[in-house]
Design a protein around this ligand. Structure first.
Ligand SMILES: [Zn+2]
Length: 122
């Protein structure tokens, strides 16, 4: 069975769960607080490199919100101005998020909607 990522709307924990394909979009109970957590499509996209969940503690890289490496300094300055956050970037130009709030703020600053996995607790 495949593994999917879920992010808890209550405690912001991101965890992986092995789920039947047909049940992948069903909320899963959070391993930390027990709240039902929605599937986190952005975290899954961000995690394709390692194939394993890393969670917010080590940071989740987002290729979807990446820029050209040459643009990292100006993008960091822009995000700092717009979001008030000092966003970390990889050498390849992808932002690394350490919380769902940070990802949400940056996605908004980039004109993208963070749908929280698409199942609407936003
Ligand atoms: Zn939780």
């Amino acid at each position: 069975m495949p593994t999917y990522l879920y992010t808890c709307g209550k405690c912001d924990d991101t965890f992986e769960r092995v789920v039947l394909v047909v049940q992948r979009n069903r909320p899963q109970s959070c391993s930390r607080c027990g709240q039902m957590a929605n599937r986190d499509l952005i975290a899954e996209q961000a995690d394709t490199g390692s194939g394993r969940a890393k969670g917010w503690a080590t940071g989740l890289e987002s290729a979807a919100l990446g820029v050209h490496p040459d643009q990292v300094p100006s993008e960091r300055a822009r995000l700092k101005k717009v979001t008030g956050r000092d966003v970390e970037f990889t050498p390849m130009g992808n932002p690394v998020f350490h919380s769902r709030g940070e990802r949400k703020a940056v996605a908004k600053a980039c004109g993208m909607l963070d749908l929280d996995g698409g199942y609407g607790d936003a």
